[in-house]
Design a protein around this ligand. Structure first.
Ligand code: NAD
Ligand code: G3P
Length: 347
């Protein structure tokens, strides 16, 4: 049952913002879509299509596109952020003066701010103040825009410091084709959504190198272990990583042809430089910045993250991918479940 609210404003007219605007349109409400580029407005107004970011999807007339942030946000009861995570602080800062008090804010970006190492809810609080945290939710999980736009069955999760806000966001997005769960663990949901991109770059590299299914399964499983280990140090609920924002998104991003992170990894595995891979994908590949942030977080929290370490060396220090694989395979022997004590399983 969709939330009965008036105007929704979506900030960011890339693949995800456009797909979510389409998803939310059509319930007798106005959806305003804020885009950065004027050319996109002309294209959408004439063709009702976002050809670069979501080709082949019809945008209903109830979606109004604008480049004017003040106009986009006037009267908004819900504001959905769908800008790349590294631009979130700047866009938020510009938007805040125009966001009506009490509006529900849903962030759909997946990343960790590189310099501050802040999760995006922390970025939000640092800009908007703690009083607004109760209106803030994050939406995450395995949800490629191309499939949501085609109404393919999808399940996602919303997390918020406030249960009331999480349920409002759940009601807003829930449809026959989109099942929405709530989770109080905002730390885990944010970390899962951001860190899976590092692993997806890695499985993409394996696809580019050899296509070994065994190696990809090992990377996904051990990747999830190190994400969970960092998450636990940062006070997330370990079970969140077994859910949609953890395992679910890891699976889709590591295996889908739609994944930009995986595609960038494939190009690197085939011998392209990082820059050549990014140029080839030509859309946001958040795993690159997230690898730097995760590398710093691993040092800050004193958590061992061997896959992240090797990805960091490949992306930023020209370590050949085959050498990275070899480094991972020849590490000292260890136990599978390091947190044995926590799991209360003892020999
Ligand atoms: N595409 C998906 O399937 C999907 C699914 C779930 C979550 N997300 C998340 O949504 C966020 C947006 O991803 P996307 O796939 O829509 O990206 P995209 O590459 O398709 O589009 C990025 C959009 O952001 C705009 N942009 C770039 N820099 C900007 C800036 N400084 N200010 C304002 N706008 C700027 C671009 O013009 C473009 O419209 C990311 O954090 C991503 O992880 C994406
Ligand atoms: O295309 P990717 O690799 O950035 O992944 C997009 C979404 O995070 C999938 O849920």
């Amino acid at each position: 049952m969709a939330l009965d609210c008036g105007q929704v404003t979506v900030l960011g007219a890339g693949s995800w913002g456009t797909a979510l605007a389409c998803h939310l349109a059509g319930d007798e409400r106005t959806v305003k879509l804020w885009a950065r580029r004027t050319e996109l407005i002309e294209e959408i107004n004439t063709c009702r299509e976002n050809k670069r970011y979501l080709p082949g999807i019809f945008l209903p007339a109830s979606i109004q596109v604008t480049v004017d942030l003040e106009q986009a946000l006037a009267g908004a009861e819900v504001v959905v952020f769908s800008v790349p995570s590294h631009t979130f602080r700047a866009v938020l800062r510009k938007a805040l003066p125009f966001i009506p008090a009490g509006a529900l804010i849903v962030n759909t970006a997946k990343g960790i701010e590189e310099n501050s190492m802040q999760r995006l809810s922390e970025v939000f609080i640092s800009e908007a103040g703690p009083a607004r945290a109760k209106n803030y939710a994050v939406l995450s999980g395995p949800s490629h825009a191309e499939e949501v736009a085609l109404k393919m069955p999808t399940a996602v999760v919303v997390a918020s410091a406030s249960q009331h806000t999480a349920v409002l966001a759940q009601d807003l997005f829930m449809r026959e084709n989109l099942r929405v769960y709530t989770n109080p663990d905002i730390i885990g949901v944010e970390l899962g959504g951001a860190l899976k991109n590092v692993i997806a770059l890695g499985t993409g590299i394996v696809d580019g190198l050899s296509g070994s299914d065994n190696a990809k399964a090992a990377l996904m499983t051990r990747g999830l272990t190190e994400i969970t280990r960092l998450g636990m140090a940062m006070h997330a609920n370990p079970l969140t990583f077994a859910g949609l924002a953890g395992l679910g998104d890891l699976i889709v991003t590591c295996t889908s042809r739609h994944s930009r992170n995986r595609r960038a990894g494939i190009a690197i595995g085939r011998g392209k430089t990082l820059q050549q891979a990014l140029d080839e994908v030509n859309m946001v590949v958040e795993g690159v910045r997230t690898t730097r942030a995760a590398h710093k977080l691993s040092a800050t929290w004193g958590v061992e993250m061997p896959i992240t370490e090797q990805m960091y060396q490949v992306l930023f220090h020209n370590l050949p991918p085959r050498a990275a694989v070899n480094n991972l395979m020849t590490r000292g022997k260890t136990r599978e479940v390091e947190e044995l004590a926590l799991a209360k399983i003892k020999w």
